[in-house]
Design a protein around this ligand. Structure first.
Ligand code: NAD
Ligand code: LMR
Length: 331
């Protein structure tokens, strides 16, 4: 690092010894998330039983001799791990197994996020950006935000970029177009089977996507395929998605920090400001643009009756998850 290098950014990754953690940490350390000139101090949080495995990952990170790594430390205490965090990637949580829905994890994982919300509140940097990956991600983000009273709720987001990328890949495969030619695809609602992958505003090489595919393909193949892709991966791979999830986490945060390209947007689950009839405060996925480290829900999109029904169904599920965690005393 030269004398003019920017100050290191402190990135805390929870679940560091897990599958996603292993795929994620090396990408962050290489500069894929924050850029090739930004040094990173990596704080790895694990439960005490897995701290040793995380130490093993630290040995491997050292052995990569990444020039951008300005610090590497393992913690089993959330307050210490989040001290000074500019970026927090909340991955650590139990994954679902075959036959489970992500919401089945609410009681198993919800408690993790109340503790981590309080720890973030205690010591995170004033500019902290939080992305929740651990499932059920939207409601876990809601829980964490509600326990971090001094941090604006808008800093708590949940990851739907994996769904976004899955949808782009499916549309590219269907139309035979490169993924890079696809813009303005959106994921709405919950990171669950009720999510709504929406191509009504998408273009493929500048042509409206809806003019290239049949409505029956959208409703009978595309939407279920994307919404059930996590279960498909579990069935075929024998474990929950890991490298693709890590890639999406890198993209979620890279775009939040570095900005979305002109003429496109990304999908992020963010606390609703009431846009598009989504109840204020629910952490729901929207199309968002980002610039200067801030994000904004894309305003003024035309919502068809079909889209309305789909968005409402997913938001209804988010409301029931919120009721469930309220009952569990987690909010
Ligand atoms: P994993 O079981 O391989 O790893 C999870 C790790 O989290 C474990 O090492 C565990 O010890 C650790 N952990 C548990 N509680 C913790 C706590 N309180 N603090 C710190 N660490 C803790 O699981 P994985 O495959 O890495 O998946 C992690 C989570 O991400 C799961 O909930 C999974 O469902 C979710 N996921 C979300 C998406 C998404 O698109 N939002 C995609 C894939 C996976
Ligand atoms: C995914 O979408 O792959 C993850 O949320 C894991 C899961 O349980 O589906």
């Amino acid at each position: 690092m030269n004398a003019h290098a920017p100050a290191p950014v402190t990135v805390t990754v929870t679940g560091a010894a897990g599958q996603i953690g292993y795929a994620l940490l090396f990408r962050i350390a290489s500069g894929a998330m924050l850029g090739p000139d930004v040094p990173v101090k990596l704080n790895l949080l694990e439960v005490p039983q897995a701290a040793k495995a995380a130490e093993g990952t630290v040995l491997e990170l050292m052995d990569c001799a990444f020039p951008l790594v300005a610090g590497l430390e393992v913690f089993d205490d959330p307050t210490k791990a989040f001290d000074g965090a500019n970026i927090a990637l909340l991955v650590g949580a139990r994954p679902r197994g075959p036959g489970m829905e992500r919401a089945d994890l609410l009681s198993a994982n919800g408690g993790i996020f109340s503790v981590q919300g309080r720890a973030l509140n205690e010591g995170a940097a004033s500019d902290v950006k939080v992305a929740v990956v651990g499932n059920p991600a939207n409601t876990n983000a809601l829980i964490a935000a509600s326990h971090a009273r001094d941090i604006p709720a808008q800093r708590f987001t949940a990851m739907t970029r994996l769904d976004h990328d899955r949808a782009v890949a499916q549309l590219a495969a269907k139309t035979g177009a490169p993924v890079s030619s696809i813009s303005k695809l959106a994921i709405w609602g919950n990171h669950s089977a009720s999510q709504y992958p929406d191509i009504t505003h998408a273009t493929v090489g500048g042509t409206p996507a809806t003019s290239l595919v049949e409505q029956s393909w959208i409703s009978e193949e595309f939407i279920p395929r994307v919404a059930q892709r996590g279960a498909e991966i579990i069935a075929v791979r024998g474990g929950s998605s890991a490298a693709s999830a890590a890639n999406a986490a890198v993209e979620h945060m890279r775009l939040w920090v570095q900005g979305t390209p002109a003429g496109d947007w990304t999908s992020m689950a963010v606390p609703s400001d009431g846009s598009y009839g989504v109840q204020e405060g629910l952490v729901s996925s929207f199309p968002v643009t980002t610039s200067g480290g801030d994000y904004a829900i894309v305003p003024g999109l035309n919502i068809s009756d079909f889209s309305r029904t789909r968005i409402d169904a997913s938001v209804a599920e988010l409301l029931s998850e919120r009721d469930a965690v309220t009952e569990l005393g987690l909010l």
